[in-house]
Design a protein around this ligand. Sequence first.
Ligand code: SF4
Length: 324
Amino acid sequence: MVKKTAKALVLFSGGLDSRLAVKLLQEQGIKVVGIFFVLPFGGGCCNDRFCAFKFSQEQGFKLYIVDCSKGRNFQEYLAIIRKPKYPRGTGMNPCIDCRVFMLKKAKQLAKKLNADFIATGEVLGERPLSQNMKALRIVEKEAGLEGKLLRPLSAKLLPPTEAEKQGLVEREKLLDIKGRQRKKQIELAKRYRIDFPNPAGGCLLCDKAFSLRLADLFKHRKKITPRDIELLKIGRHFRVHGKIVLGRNKQENDMLEMLKGDNILIVPEKPGPSALVKDKRDVEIAKEMIAAYSKYGKGREKFDKYRIDLVAETKNKGKGERER
Ligand code: SF4
């Protein structure tokens, strides 16, 4: 029997699993509040705060948005990505550290809001790196939430949490979903009549090309700004004396102009890639690159030795672990 109206803070990514976690708790009469993270490299299912907000409005719960794409949160998050305590996935994604970061923030908010417990949409075994039994325990412990973190979708496969023991949540009504198949979740979505976004997009830290660019940035820059990260998301990246970025299409050429800052921007007279050059000693080689990478240009392989993300583009097209 549930003793009182409990209040839960749900880590809400916008994806199907966290939507179901919200519904399962609401169904028990628990008051839900959500926390959504805007991460500089993506991460939520759609990573779209408006989509997440729309769902919260439809389902009648308040959503707190933590913006980590700038300011202090950005620097704090970046420090974790730069030097994680636990192993990375197939790219630069340190999923365990990232989850701990979010849960620590959630813990602070839960305290402020007087929430009785924190819940997530995690499913045992759904993600190889961050949702195996060992990882779930580590995350809980590191976030200072041992025995206090409820995963409603897999709760019956996990030890009872304090909220269950205290009768704030009825364990019997929680689920025992396990693994990567999402059949049960899709059935539940139908039962609850809820929409959910496609799990496309995801976290750029799992992308190998992006990860190589980021590793190079960490190697060469101590202080990193949100604009540096935006620049990593576009173009071909080379390192000669400094960095050269070539646009791959008109949209990227325009973006380079926007992100120019105090760097040198070379815009070719004939159609071709623009080049953003960080070190003036690289201007001549950047012009040669522009010619080689223009529509009918030749001899690109001569610049391969400067490419930061070449391996990823030619060999590693696979994606690593992605959270939804
Ligand atoms: S994929 Fe990993 S690193 Fe990226 S947002 Fe998800 S938990 Fe964080």
